[in-house]
Structure formats: C-alpha cells, structure tokens
Design a binder for this molecule. Sequence first.
Ligand code: F6P
Length: 335
Amino acid sequence: MTKPRIGVLTSGGDCPGLNAVLRGVVLAAEKLGWEVLGFLDGFEGLLPPGNYKILKRRDTAGIMPRGGTIIGTTNRGHFVAKVGAGNRAEVAEKVIADAREVLKSLGVDGLIIVGGDGSMATAQQLQDAGINCIGVPKTIDNDLEATAMTFGFDSAVATVMDALDRLHTTATSHKRIMVLEVMGRHAGWIALHGGIAGGAHVNQSAIVVVAEGAKPRDGQVVMRHCEEGEDRYGGIGAVVAREIAARTGKETRCTVLGHLQRGGTPTTLDRILGTRFGVKAVKLIQEKKFGSMVSYQNYQVRHVPIADAVNRLRLVPPDGELVQTARDVDISFGD
Ligand code: F6P
C-alpha cells in the first residue's frame, strides 16, 4: 500500500528557523506514516513535471542549527503575488492549473507553504483553486497581523543587537555618530527591538537605527508604505548619515546590515517556534483544516484562515508601550 503524501515548500526571502520547520514537518509526518515531498526553490518546484526531493528523517539530521532552507526558496518567479499596496494576488490560471495537476499526479493530499504575506496571498489563490493548503508564517520582519510572532525575527534582532554592541565601542572611541540601517520592509519592528536591545541612544557618541522602509520627507525621516511595483527598500541609512553630518558637523558613518540579518544560525526561540509551527502544520493537515495558517497567539500555537494574513500588515504603533519604553530609556524618535 502506498503511503499518504504531503508536500512542503519554503517561499519568499529566507530566514533562520526554516530548517527547524522542515524538521518538525518531516518528523511529525513520519510518525503518522506519511511521506513528505519537499518542493524545491519555492513554488517553482510545483511547475511541471514537479521538482522535489523526498524528505526523510535522515535528511533532517543536523539541519536545526543551519540558516537558510535545505529545499531552497525564491521571492521571484511564476507564482509571485504582490501584496502590501492593496493589490490582490494574481498568479496566472494556467500556472495554478499545472501545479494542481502536478500535485494530483504525485498523490500529494496537502501542501504546507512556509512564507510571508506575499506567499500567503499565493497560498490563498491555490486554495481557492482547489489545492489543499496550510500556511506557516515566516518573515524576519514580524509584520503579519495574523500572528503575534513569526520565526526568524528573533534571530534578525539578535544580529542587529550584536552589530550595535560592536558599533558602540568604535563610535565611542572616535566620538562619531553611527547610523545603522536594518531590514523590515514596511515595518520598523527590527529597528525598534534591535534599537532597545542594543541601546541605540545618545551618549558621548550616538547610534541611530533606521528601518529600510523609511524615507526622508521635509527634513524628517518617516516610515512609508512602498509604492506599487517597488520591491527594494534599502538606501535610507546613507541619506540619514549625510543629513546628520551636515546638520551637526560631526563625523558620521553608515553601516547597512543587509542580508546578514537573514543568514546564520537561528536563536533558541526561533528553533522552538519553527519546530512548533512545523508540527502544527502537519496536525492541521491531519484534521483537514485546509485554508488555515498556523498562528502564534497568547503563547499558544493555533490557526487562523490564511486570508487573515493577506494584505494585513502589523506596523509599529507609534503610541504603543514598546515605543514609550524606548523613549523612557532615552531613545529619540526624531520628533
Ligand atoms: O521580507 C524580508 C526581507 O528581508 C525584507 O526585510 C527586505 O526588504 C527584503 O526581504 C529583501 O529582499 P531581497 O532578498 O529580495 O533583497
């Protein structure tokens, strides 16, 4: 008798903890006697004739500490469904029909999609077209309204904190101002958490953390939503550094952390969250709760409709407790 089969793919920008999810999926599925097909390079692995690798227990050995994803990912290609500026996911019908055929011919009963808002928009479209999908939220940006936390975020913040610790010593020695540009796309969570953990405030020297989604307007740096069609967000750090140097007359340097925030070994929290999310995704398939996304709420791993994660970003509330805490430890927001 053939084993029941499920599929899993990782989509969008990589982040630490993806391999913990994959390990959780494979080990939980094997317990149920299921076979796991890992589709390679994101949704692109669903294109005919199907590009996949059967994932077994032995494939998961030693992957927990590894950054990235052992089955590859992409934030480009045939399944890209842009969200963020209010537009709905639109993947070509033929592409979806082909993917459905591939999954059917391989006998895959449920597909776990590990990704961020864009990937969830694609997942919703596949689900609407009759493909049984379960979503797992992933992004270093931690900007999905439908879950209190995504794995990858804690590791990214740890990298920012480490960078700030290092910048402090050189900044103080030279009495310079240091600007650190961090990722986050539309949201300033990495900047805020990293800034608090790394003590981004003014002493003898100053450390300024700017989120890449910020842009200068009327002499102020403001957060923005990206414009339609725009898919890169970096560059603000250099602008801010130039402005600070011109206004203060102080030596100012800019560091852009870039993809260092996405690489490397996951923190304890991301390993545990990733494992919990992977195991939960398998349970949701077992319960046939298709169209659901794993969600972290009140310290519990639960589920919500995938649709809840589409086009609903969680941005930093300017009047929230965390911003107030930052202000209380002398972090200035430039206002
Ligand atoms: O969404 C995750 C993220 O790392 C953002 O913080 C950043 O804007 C973007 O992806 C970078 O994408 P790319 O890998 O295409 O440079």
